[in-house]
Design a protein around this ligand. Structure first.
Ligand SMILES: Cc1cc2nc3c(=O)[nH]c(=O)nc-3n(C[C@H](O)[C@H](O)[C@H](O)COP(=O)(O)O)c2cc1C
Length: 164
């Protein structure tokens, strides 16, 4: 069986999480393809699917949401897992709660087999000027908050669930 790890990213953090996840799934014995959502992967060609998306203004990336909507039936028919990558997941007070994820999950016809909200990075040199202004006005903490070992551990945890 082969799993698809599809990701939507704006400043690159979600891609690095997806790379780590795919590596962990492979180590757990699962063949998997890692594909940017911008390249239009076809989930029907896979036995299981993981979608990862960055969070912007309390929503997952539009490209991820519309891909999931387009392929809703296919995703509902096979093991499907979702993870978000955000700034707020680095805040212990907000950990485990992600409005963007909850809003996305509400659009699905079937609950995913696994869901996780991981911290990403907020690096000013990776985002356009107008967004820097917005983040500064919101006093968003900046830095690299990724926890790649936690992503790898999640991969080991969900591998059996993706096998179905
Ligand atoms: C314009 C903008 C808006 C953002 N809005 C949110 C938000 O609403 N909630 C949050 O937790 N993080 C927010 N972030 C932080 C991103 O989720 C974080 O940088 C994440 O790593 C982005 O993933 P990506 O690099 O894959 O695009 C925002 C970042 C930018 C640039």
């Amino acid at each position: 069986m082969t799993a698809l790890v599809a990701y939507a990213t704006h400043s690159g953090a979600t891609r690095t999480l997806a790379v780590t996840l795919a590596g962990s799934l492979r180590e757990a014995g699962l063949a998997c393809d890692l594909v940017d959502i911008a390249d239009g992967p076809d989930p029907a060609s896979y036995n299981a699917v993981v979608l990862g998306s960055g969070v912007r203004i309390e929503s997952i990336e539009k490209s991820a949401a519309s891909w999931a909507e387009t392929h809703a039936e296919v995703l509902a028919e096979r093991p499907f897992a979702f993870f978000s990558c955000s700034g707020s997941a680095s805040d212990p007070k907000k950990a485990g709660k992600q409005k963007a994820t909850d809003a996305f999950l509400a659009t699905l016809t079937r609950d995913p087999v696994a869901v996780a909200n991981f911290p990403g990075w907020v690096l000013m040199d990776r985002i356009p000027l107008h967004e820097r202004v917005l983040l500064k006005s919101m006093r968003t903490p900046t830095g690299d908050f990724r926890d790649l070992p936690a992503v790898a551990a999640w991969g080991r945890e969900i591998a059996p669930l993706l096998r179905g």
